[in-house]
Write a protein that binds this ligand. Sequence first.
Ligand code: ADP
Ligand code: MG
Length: 340
Amino acid sequence: ARSVHQIQSGQVIVDLCSVAKELIENSLDAGATSIEVRFKNNGLDLVEVQDNGSGIASENYENVALKHYTSKLSTYDDLASLNTFGFRGEAISSLCALSDFHVITAQANQVPRANRLDFEQSGKLRKTQIVAGQKGTTASVEGIFKRLPVRRRELEKNIKREYGKVLNLLHAYACISTGVKFSVKNTVGKTRNVVVFSTNGNVTTRENIANVYGAKTLSALIALDLDLEYEPSTAMKRAGDGDGLNRIQVQGHISKPVFGEGRQTPDRQMFFVNTRPCGLPQIAKAFNEVYKSFNVSQSPFIFADFKMDTDAYDVNVSPDKRMILLHDAGALIESLKTSL
Ligand code: ADP
Ligand code: MG
C-alpha cells in the first residue's frame, strides 16, 4: 500500500522538472556560485546537482530530510520578506520518499573531509560516512518515482519530452542567475558526461544568453525595458496606497521581429517574476499575439523578468510552487500589450 508520505511527496515532486528545480533552488539558496547538473539516461537513472555553496551544518544532518524541516524560515513574519526560493522544507523529504536519495556535503572548515548522508524513505537519517569532498553539497536522486510504478512508467514513456522540458527550465535558471556558473551534463548509454550546455558565471543576463543560445541568437535580440502602470481591478485596490496605480517593470531581451517565414521556437521563451523562473502562459500568449498582429510569423525569443511588489502575486498556490498566481492578470496583460 502507498503511504500517505509517498502520496503527499508526489504532489511536491510531480515530474523531472520538479526534481531539478528543487535541487537547483537549494543550491542557489546556499549561495552557490558554481552549479553542475548531471543526468544519467536523461534523468531516469540519476539527477545530481553539485554546488559550491555553504554546505549543510553538521547539527542539521538529523533534520534536513524530515518533513517541514527548513533552515530558512525562523519566524512566521519572515514569510513576507523571504528572499530564498525554499521555505517549506518539503523537497528533500519528498525526494527521500520517491527515490534513492543521498547527499555529500561539507562546510568550509571541514574540507577536505565531507560527509555522505543516507536517508530512510521516511527522511530519517540512516547513516553518515566520512568521504573526500569539496566545500558545498552534492544531492543525488537515483531512480525517481521507483515506488510509484504508474508514474515511473509514464516518465519512461515520455522521457525524451520530459528531458527537453528540464533543459528549458535549466536554460532559464542559467540565464537569470548572473554570477553563477552552470554546467549541465548527460550520460546516455556508454557515452561519458556529454556537456549539454554551460555558462561562465557572467555579470549580465545577455552574456548568459550568449553562452546558452549562441552568438547568433544574441545578435537578433533587443532590450526589453517597460514600465507598466495600470489601474488595479476594484477587488485588488488597496487602501491608502499612493495614487492607487499598480507599477510593474518588465526587463529582459526579445528578438527583433523577423517578417515572413520563420521557425516556430516557443521553447525559447522564459518568464520570471522577481527573477524566479515560472510559467506564465497568459503572458506568453500576449507576447505572441502582439508579434502575430505585426505579421511576424516567427514566434519570438522572450526573456522577460516581471519586477513587482510581492503582494501582487502568490507563489504558494500549488505544492510544487511552479504556478504563480498574478492577482491582477487581466489589467496587467492589457497594459503589456499596449506598451509592446
Ligand atoms: P527548503 O528549501 O524549503 O528549506 P528543502 O527540503 O528543499 O526545504 O531542504 C531542507 C533543508 O536542507 C534546507 O532548509 C537546507 O537547510 C538544507 N539544504 C538542502 N539542500 C542544500 C544545499 N544544496 N546546500 C545547503 N543546504 C541545503
Ligand atoms: Mg528547497
